[in-house]
Design a protein around this ligand. Structure first.
Ligand SMILES: [Zn+2]
Length: 390
């Protein structure tokens, strides 16, 4: 996925170079011909009509996608203290989306959707995505991620590992990644921790599962890992949801992600290797019991009233909100749209109820998602629809 990003950057740079040439041509034409400007003025009413029709089409599409509250779910991605201003990985202005999400819940819970699901970034200490887990401890961004190799979920080696571990599906214990710098030597896959004081250590790579398997490149797929500050660590206060966020503890679905120490997970549906799904998709399709905050907190979750309870209808439409728009929100929307199992979803991004790391990142995420067929709306559009359904 990150390789694609790097690839995209190269394509983008090339097209920007192309665009410069084209802009120069256009300027010349405009200078030479005032007739062009007259033509544009004449066509302005027609252009406005086309824009109006496109707006209307989008509105109809949005309303059709939201036709049934029983088949619609509101997804709230990572609205946790660790991602809010003051948090370990605080996103400037992210607190501004909370009143919008709350307002949508007041107007839309039951009327527009019967199901609400929250994702929770939930990392063990020394997670692979933390800069502090790597020897030089430097944070790095999307442009130049730390390069990794991850055990290929579709490869023969993964099948062998599953057989050896008597497993019928890939789970977090056997799907993992290793930084390129740590891949080398020897052969005891029993101990997966190739770390010294929490950091990956090339000298101990031989006893790390992925570092060991990925010595043979054909068993693994290349990936990249952005390195962040330590954030959303299990057992810390900041890992919790914002106290300002409206929640229904007993019924809101809570799905945790990023729980594998050796694999990051931006999407609420699956980790970054796509090898391990969270339970979200199966829960939304009524195949697995819902998990709430109460379920996660209880020592004996089976004793709770919600234990074993499944959704009685399959979700077909998801509205996506949360933090950060061009990372976890976008990856979740892509998985929902492209399909993370047998089904995919109609996806609606509520753009002002999602906050990105930068304005440019937000705009790019919105444009890219719209190109994929995601319907991009505002909080006001959702509130208007709720009003209409009164
Ligand atoms: Zn994270």
């Amino acid at each position: 996925m990150f390789n694609t990003r790097v690839g995209l950057c190269i394509v983008l740079a090339a097209s920007i170079r192309g665009a410069r040439v084209k802009i120069a041509d256009d300027v010349n034409i405009e200078k030479d011909s005032s007739a062009n400007q007259v033509d544009i003025a004449e066509h302005r009413p027609a252009m406005a009509k086309v824009a109006e029709e496109a707006m209307q089409q989008k509105k109809t599409k949005f309303e059709n996608a939201m036709a049934s509250p029983y088949h619609t779910a509101l997804l709230i991605i990572d609205v946790q203290d660790c991602f809010l201003p003051g948090g370990n990985l605080g996103v400037t202005g992210a607190d501004e989306i909370i009143p919008k999400i709350n307002e949508m819940r007041t107007a839309g819970d039951d009327k527009l959707w019967k199901t609400v699901a929250l994702s929770q970034d939930y990392h063990p200490a020394h997670h692979i995505s933390f800069a502090s887990s790597h020897p030089d401890g430097k944070m790095i961004n999307f442009a130049e991620p730390e390069l990794l190799m991850c055990v290929d979920p579709d490869g023969q080696k993964m099948k062998d590992i599953m057989d050896a571990n008597k497993k019928t599906s890939i789970d977090e214990d056997i799907a993992s990644c290793c930084p390129n710098y740590a891949i080398q030597g020897a052969s005891d896959p029993a101990n997966r921790l190739a770390r010294t004081n929490g950091r990956y250590d090339a000298a101990r790579a031989n006893i790390h599962h992925a570092c060991n398997v990925c010595k043979n490149k054909k068993h693994c797929k290349a990936g990249g890992q952005v390195l962040w500050p330590d954030h959303c660590v299990q057992g810390t206060e900041q890992v919790g949801f914002s106290a300002d966020l409206t929640r229904k503890e007993d019924t809101d679905i809570v799905v945790r992600k990023g729980t594998n120490i050796d694999v990051d997970s931006y999407s609420a549906f699956a980790n970054n290797t796509n090898a391990v799904k969270t339970d979200l998709h199966d829960i939304l399709q009524g195949r697995k019991p819902i998990t709430t905050a109460a379920n996660h907190a209880a020592a004996l979750p089976e004793a709770l009233s919600t234990a074993g309870q499944k959704l009685s209808t399959k979700i077909k439409t998801v509205l996506v909100t949360g933090i950060a728009e061009e990372v976890c929100v976008q990856f979740t929307a892509i998985h929902a749209k492209m399909g993370v199992g047998r089904e995919n979803y109609q996806v609606i991004l509520v753009k002002d109820a999602a906050k990105g790391l930068s304005d440019a990142g937000e705009r790019k995420a919105e444009t890219d998602l719209e190109k994929m067929g995601v319907i991009v709306v505002t909080t006001q559009d959702v509130l208007d629809l709720a009003n209409k359904r009164r």
